[in-house]
Structures are given as structure tokens and as C-alpha cells.
Design a protein around this ligand. Structure first.
Ligand code: LLP
Length: 426
């Protein structure tokens, strides 16, 4: 079986293995549906990315996979974090990521979130002039000075699913690039905020390099404008991320991305006589291919298609339903059998859109077989829900063949947590 670039996957006696662990053994111990994450692969992905950008800071995008153990592994590797909410900030700090290596992003932060940013000493990516004024007020009340960047909308259109392109002119994120200088000017006049960086992120799962070059040029134009017009020399330029991974086919590597953006970054910075730090915020590249979603076949039904009904659907992996995303699917207990049947893999949710994979060539599938959905480490569990009264899956971390539970399967109690029937209804 050809696993492409996924060195952590292998075959043993017809079974799929991940990080040296047989997935059949894992499901016998932990049941299904089950998310399995390979620690070695998280570390090697991080190191590969960091090695491509030796002078940069890498802020892992915690939204991709916010499991505490995953954050802890990345903290050990030296990653900072891009957080998008108070909850992500709380988890990142708990995992040991240092506050001065955290950027608090978000287009609609609450006052409480801004206060939390002030209190914990993280930097804030400010998304609007109104947020700037609000943050200045909150920080001044607390006698704090917060280091900020502005989130720029660079108006760059990458070829990706429209729901995950974030740098288009019409996107909700950031400040139009032609209005950014005025925001810095305002920030320089306010108390409690100190502009030290500039930030953007053009989208996710981007497979071509030219939008990154376009974005880098636009960002350095702004850095130049800040230096020449406002005499402001920034400490960092954060270009977000968006590097795609090969769910199918091929994808550019971190080195390709580095070769695209670094020459522009260094040439423009040295022409200005400044040395800002480059910051990147990869999520998908670090964790995307590290994980499998394992599910059991409940039924095989001959209908319009031949539907394989499994015990995980868009409650646990929303991507195929939300973005028509392709995820490779394997019959994990039949790797030695020929793929001579065509199946559509359907989840158990009461919605026609609950299809994990369509018309895939697989070996003959029967009730009880184990289906592995590949590359589910980014935006998999992170986007899960309890829809249809389904408990969320457990997660295990595999390290050199040994598995440890890093999130327990939810109980019915978890489903009802915090709910109560008002006494008058009893
Ligand atoms: N920085 C910012 C400000 C972001 O908004 C994101 C992702 C990232 C970094 C990380 O981007 P990445 O390296 O993972 O491409 N749920 C969608 C993806 C949403 C991405 C949201 N922002 C999906 O499943 O494809």
C-alpha cells in the first residue's frame, strides 16, 4: 500500500499501523469511533517546518487541534501559539506555551478576552480601529501596555475553498491594506497599546505559491510605509499560514514556501535597514497528517450507491460536508485485499450531507470491518459536535508503538452537562 508522504503509516499482516501501533489492537482497547494521533509525526512535521524558516518564530495555530497533549508536545518543540479565543489561550498557557510567544487573534473579541490578553501578557492582533480603542481603554484601566499588531486584509485571492479564504477584499478578517497606516498612527497616539508587529493570513489549504509571494510583497509595502511615513520600525511580521497538505496528489513543502517568501522578506527588510522577526502560524501542516479517525462498519447497503454505514459522521469530521474535502479512506483490517468494489462511506447523522467519502475503490466491506479516515489531525476533532445526541470520540496519542489516552470518550452525562429541567416542570 502506498501511503505517500505519510512515513508514520505502514502495513503489518494486512493491518494498518500508525507510529508502530496496530490500529486493530487500538480499537480493541479503546473502541470506536477513535481518533489516533502519532506524536513522532507531530514532532517531525514541526521540525521540518521550523528548519525551512531557521530565523523565524513558529506560532502553532491552536485551532487546528487544541488537545492539551498536542499543545504540550509542540510547547516542548519550542512552538509559540496563534490563539483565536479565551479558551484556546487558556489551553495554550496550561500546556506551557510562554505568553510572549502567543498572539491573540480574532475578528470579534469580547472585552473579557481583551482583558485576559492584558492580564496574561500576550500580544494581540487587532482587527479594527474600534477594537484598538477598546483595547487601549481596557489596558489603561489595568495600568498595562499591550504589544499589538494589526491584522491586515491584503486582498489576495488564493485558489482554495471560498469558506477558508480569509484574505479576500470581502472577507470579514482584518483591516483593508490601504487603511492600515492610519490605524498605526492612531495606535501611536493612544495609551495602553504599543504597535510592534503586523499580521495577516490569506487562507488555508493553499496549494499554489504565487498568492504567498503577492501577500509578502503587500506586507513589506506596508512595513516600508510604516518606516518611511511614521518612523515606526516593527519587531515582527506575521504572515499567518495556509500551506496546504497532500490530502490527495501533491502539495508544496515548507521549503517551497520559504523559497517563495524569504527572498522578498529579507531583501525588502535589508533595503530598509531593519531586521524584524518573521512569524508563521502553521496549523494544518503540523498536525493534519498525524491522525486517523477509526470507525466501525455497522451496515453495508445496496441502494443508489453501495453505502457503507459507519459509526462516525460529520459530528466527528465536518470537513467533507462543510468543504467537500477529500480524505483518503482505507479498510484498516484488509490492507492485503484487492480494491475491487466501489463504496460510499456514510455517517450515522440524520442528514443527507453526512457522507465521509464518495465512490471509493475498496476491498469488499462487511459489517464489523474497520475504516480508517486519513489526515484528520487538523480541524477534525476540533470541529466536532454532539449533534444527534452523539458523544464525542476518545483520542489516543501513539508514541513509538505505545498508545495513551489523551481524551476520554464522552458519556451521556457529558451530553447533558449543564442542562437542567426547571423545578416548575417537574
Ligand atoms: N492563522 C490564522 C489567523 C488562521 O485563521 C488560521 C486558520 C491559521 C493561522 C492556520 O492555518 P493553516 O496552517 O491550518 O492553514 N476548518 C478549515 C480551516 C480553517 C482555517 C482557519 N484559520 C478546514 O478544515 O479546512
Amino acid at each position: 500500500m502506498n501511503f505517500g508522504t505519510r512515513d508514520h503509516l505502514d502495513e503489518k499482516n494486512g493491518h494498518l499501523t500508525i507510529g508502530g501501533a496496530d490500529v486493530i489492537d487500538l480499537t480493541q482497547e479503546y473502541g470506536t469511533p477513535l481518533y489516533v494521533i502519532d506524536e513522532g509525526r507531530i514532532r517531525s512535521n514541526y521540525r521540518r517546518f521550523a528548519a525551512a524558516f531557521p530565523d523565524a518564530d513558529i506560532y502553532y495555530a491552536a485551532k487546528a487541534n487544541g488537545n492539551l497533549a498536542v499543545l504540550r508536545v509542540l510547547a516542548q518543540e519550542g512552538a509559540g501559539a496563534d490563539v483565536f479565543s479565551d479558551g484556546e489561550l487558556y489551553a495554550a498557557l496550561l500546556a506551557g506555551i510562554l505568553p510572549d510567544r502567543i498572539l491573540f487573534n480574532g475578528n470579534s473579541k469580547t472585552d473579557a478576552e481583551l482583558r485576559m490578553a492584558c492580564e496574561t501578557g500576550v500580544r494581540v492582533s487587532v482587527d479594527s480601529l474600534e477594537e484598538l480603542k477598546n483595547l487601549s481603554r481596557i489596558a489603561s484601566e489595568d495600568n498595562k501596555e499591550v504589544e499589538i499588531a494589526f491584522r491586515v486584509n491584503p486582498d489576495v485571492s488564493p485558489a482554495t475553498h471560498p469558506k477558508i479564504a480569509t484574505g479576500l477584499a470581502q472577507s470579514k478578517f482584518g483591516i483593508p491594506h490601504d487603511k492600515v497606516l492610519a490605524c498605526y498612527e492612531e495606535a501611536l497616539s493612544l495609551e495602553g497599546v504599543r504597535p510592534v508587529g503586523i499580521h495577516c493570513h490569506i487562507g488555508s489549504q493553499i496549494l499554489e505559491l504565487s498568492p504567498f509571494a503577492e501577500m509578502m510583497i503587500r506586507m513589506m509595502d506596508l512595513v516600508e510605509g510604516l518606516k518611511n511615513k511614521l518612523k515606526l520600525e516593527l519587531d515582527f511580521v506575521d504572515i499567518g499560514s495556509g500551506l496546504g497538505i497532500p490530502y490527495t496528489g501533491t502539495a508544496p513543502t515548507p521549503i517551497d514556501l520559504a523559497n517563495t517568501v524569504l527572498p522578498i522578506f529579507f531583501e525588502r527588510a535589508s533595503a530598509l535597514g531593519i531586521r524584524p522577526k518573521l512569524v508563521l502560524e502553521p496549523g494544518r501542516y503540523i498536525v493534519g497528517d498525524t491522525s486517523l479517525l477509526l470507525c466501525t462498519v455497522n451496515t453495508v447497503k445496496e441502494a443508489y450507491s453501495t453505502f457503507v454505514g459507519v459509526d462516525a459522521g460529520f459530528n466527528l469530521l465536518l470537513r467533507p460536508t462543510m468543504y467537500d474535502s477529500y480524505h483518503e479512506v482505507i479498510v484498516a483490517n484488509k490492507l492485503d485485499k484487492t480494491s475491487d468494489h466501489t463504496y460510499t462511506i456514510a455517517g450515522p447523522i440524520c442528514e443527507s450531507g453526512d457522507i465521509l467519502a464518495r465512490d471509493r475503490r475498496l476491498p469488499r466491506v462487511e459489517k464489523g470491518d474497520l475504516i480508517a479516515v486519513l489526515d484528520t489531525g487538523a480541524y477534525g476533532f476540533a470541529m466536532s459536535s454532539q449533534y444527534n445526541g452523539r458523544t464525542r470520540a476518545s483520542e489516543v496519542l501513539v508514541n513509538e508503538g505505545e498508545a495513551e489516552l489523551i481524551r476520554a470518550r464522552e458519556s451521556y452525562g457529558d451530553l447533558l452537562m449543564g442542562q437542567n429541567i426547571p423545578p416548575r416542570l417537574l
